[in-house]
Design a protein around this ligand. Structure first.
Ligand code: F6P
Length: 407
């Protein structure tokens, strides 16, 4: 029988596209090391998909020049979320790429003799990957984004690092809020989902969490501040997701370009309104791109390394048009088109939201209430809400990077 893993080009391309996040270098390193052991050489395209277009920009990637980058934030290949390949124009809306771009990319892959191209990106970048695949190119996707908003994978790498950063910010705000008896509002990223706000809010001891998935009102937020005062706590920590809509349904945006919104600013609106309504000193911190910088957490290093190695495994097996995904406890793959077909949002009935409510955390959607005695809590659908360290460890042991070594 013909073994397609042993013939054909022995070169693999990698690119990192879209907003950066901690763990990109760990994917590159994981892919290059595992590819090398299978007899492939690797090249990395510079500045995301832009590197595919003339003048083509790429660099050789070797175990030597990718050594020592595991813990580094950013990406040695550079990235862009703008440029000629931009394919997203709004939530779940896709723009067809100009065929001349697809053709130029195809030529580059042919000329460089690539067996496959690993595209590391979020939903916009994976949209491009899908279009390249539909054009006939050998593409494998790797899910990346701090927002954790890709369906088909329980976790994108970068998310855990962003949550760690936001949690650290809350720890710091906690002490200063308590010292000055202030209300502190922390605005976090996440685009149109509340994953970062929810997880950091729980991990950092937030009192109010405002997310796009749960409509909220200022009355309830203010009531929570007052309730805490009645309990003798003269400070309150509020975490608000940049994509949370105001009670009137509006989004606060910095700018709007070609249908794409750049979110940000809701933290100040929330802080101002609380100060006006309650006459309590209120401050706002917008965490911004700090969430995207710095070293990846251990969780993200392990996840990103697995993604890199398994992506090479898919190229080796000739399984193109697939995106690597983490479905605890397994690392597997799904068609890229499935992963980008809808946004993965926080389920308001999830275990994490229920647990937060059980602790008295307010989502601004009603008066804070105590849980009735004896009511069972763990009835919510499981959403892998807490960092699945055990599941990840189990998956590492079980899989042993099997996809990368299968022939
Ligand atoms: O998708 C990642 C993300 O950091 C979002 O959370 C945020 O809304 C956006 O990118 C910011 O984009 P930019 O880096 O273009 O300001």
């Amino acid at each position: 029988m013909h073994d397609h893993t042993t013939c054909g080009p022995r070169r693999i391309g990698i690119l990192t596209s879209g907003g950066d996040c901690p763990g990109l270098n760990a994917v590159i390193r994981g892919a290059v090391k595992s590819a090398h052991r299978l007899g492939y050489e690797c090249i990395g395209f510079m500045r995301g998909y832009e590197g595919l277009l003339p003048p083509v920009g790429y660099m050789p990637l070797t175990p030597q020049n990718t050594s020592g980058i595991l813990h580094l934030g950013g990406t040695i290949l550079g990235s862009t979320n703008k440029g000629r390949f931009s394919a997203t124009v709004g939530i779940n809306q896709r723009r067809s790429l100009d065929p001349s771009l697809l053709d130029a990319a195809a030529q580059t892959l042919r000329q460089l003799g690539l067996r496959g191209l690993i595209c590391v990106g979020g939903d916009g970048s994976l949209n491009i990957a899908q279009q390249l695949y539909e054009y006939g190119l050998p593409i494998v996707g790797v899910p990346k984004t701090i927002d954790n908003d890709l369906s088909a994978t329980a976790y994108t790498f970068g998310f855990d690092s962003a949550v760690a950063c936001a949690t650290d910010a809350l720890d710091r705000l906690h002490t200063t809020a308590a010292a000055h008896e202030r209300v502190m509002v922390l605005e976090v990223m996440g685009r149109h989902t509340g994953w970062i706000a929810l997880h950091a809010g729980i991990a950092g001891g937030g009192d109010v969490i405002l997310i796009p998935e749960i409509p909220w009102r200022f009355e309830h937020v203010c009531q929570k501040v007052l309730q805490r005062e009645n309990e003798g706590k003269r400070f309150t920590l509020i975490v608000v997701a940049e994509g949370a809509t105001l009670p009137d349904g509006s989004l606060i945006c910095r700018e709007q370009q070609a249908g794409q919104v750049r979110l940000g600013g809701i933290g100040h609106v929330v802080a101002q309104e609380i100060e006006t309504r309650l006459q309590r000193e209120t401050r706002c911190v917008v965490l911004g791109h700090l969430q995207r910088g710095g070293p990846p957490t251990t969780f993200d290093r392990v996840l990103a390394t697995q993604y890199g190695a398994h992506a090479v495994g898919l190229v080796h097996q000739g399984r193109f048009g697939q995106m690597i995904c983490f479905q605890p406890p397994h690392i597997s793959s799904v068609p890229i088109c499935e992963a980008i077909s809808r946004l993965r949002t926080v389920d308001p009935a999830s275990a994490a939201v229920q647990a937060a409510r059980a602790l008295g955390i307010s989502f601004g959607d009603g008066p804070a209430t105590a849980i009735p005695q004896g009511e069972a809590l763990l009835t919510a659908p499981q959403d892998a809400a807490l960092p699945p360290t055990n599941a990840l460890t189990a998956s590492l042991a079980a899989d042993s990077l099997s996809a990368a070594t299968q022939t």
